[in-house]
Design a protein around this ligand. Structure first.
Ligand code: ARG
Length: 275
């Protein structure tokens, strides 16, 4: 069965995108971003998502927030509830008010985490099998999970992210349908691997090179998997499972440590008894 979510996404055009600081191992300020190419890649991703049948809503771009394009980090959406992110790094904290403003003006109930914990939203929290898997250590705190679960009214299972290159869960995990997901077990600790093994009946385990190519940072719209680049082995496996793979190159954004999934926030996630 296809995923019950992933038909409506929030995205922010890269008007003010850039690598203006370094808060993950992929970011190097001396590497120039080609803004025209970034815009073309972003437009390409929007086109591919729309062709796959998704709707895209637009968050207005804001100067001085070069990472605002990574809307996956806006917060966690469940039904009409929105839990805004509390960013680990001060460089991104100014984004919080822009996300909160969009969600309150669009009729969401905004429920805040206590200021003492960090959590970086859907980048670190993906639904699968009736729970949210939530990555922690680099960006989100394990201590946020009980609160998050209470606010969104759904179970949260923590996954420790053990490799600093994969600082958000969505670089290591991508739900494909109700039984399958792309997984990067090398990026998790032993307990995290066991949690995923118990939850995902048919995982497609990525090699270290496939993970480093941002393969898991894909967007799934029904039976279409939108990937930054698809290694042949992964493509064959997905096609055998009945998926169409569409490549949407986003190399300019990879310079900031993000790819297709990071540039989107699913607005139609609904997990648990209250949604
Ligand atoms: N430069 C951004 C950061 O380090 C990239 C965010 C990528 N987002 C994601 N959901 N993985 O915060």
């Amino acid at each position: 069965m296809t995923l019950p979510w992933g038909r409506t996404f929030l995205m922010c055009p890269p008007e003010h995108f850039g690598v203006l600081y370094e808060i993950n191992p992929w970011m190097h300020q001396e590497v120039a971003v080609d803004l025209d190419r970034a815009r073309a890649q972003w437009d390409g991703l929007v086109d591919v998502l729309r062709q796959a049948g998704a709707e895209v809503e637009i968050l207005p771009p804001e100067p001085n927030h070069p990472d605002l394009v990574f809307t996956a980090n806006a917060g966690v959406v469940n039904g009409r509830c929105f839990v805004p992110s509390r960013f680990r790094h001060p460089e991104r904290r100014g984004e919080e008010e822009h996300y909160a403003a969009w969600f309150s003006s669009h009729g969401y109930e905004v429920a805040a985490l206590p200021p003492t914990v960090s959590h970086e939203g859907a980048g670190d929290a993906l639904p699968f099998g009736g729970v949210f898997l939530s990555g922690y250590r680099q960006r989100s705190d394990a201590a946020a999970h009980a609160q998050l679960s209470r606010l969104i009214g759904a179970p949260v299972r923590p996954i420790e992210l053990a490799d600093e290159r994969y600082y958000h869960l969505d670089l290591t995990f991508c739900p494909l349908d109700d039984r399958r997901a792309l997984v990067a077990p090398d990026a998790w600790d032993t307990y995290g691997r066991r949690v995923v093994e118990a939850l995902v009946p048919e995982p497609l385990a990525l090699t270290v090179d496939e993970t480093a190519g941002f393969c898991a940072n894909s967007v799934v719209v029904g039976t279409t998997v939108v990937m930054p680049a698809c290694p042949p082995r992964v493509g064959r496996r997905l096609e055998a499972w009945g998926f169409d793979v569409v490549e949407a190159p986003v190399g300019e954004f990879q310079k900031a440590g993000g790819a297709c999934r990071c540039l989107t926030l699913a607005l139609d996630v609904a997990v648990g008894p209250n949604v």
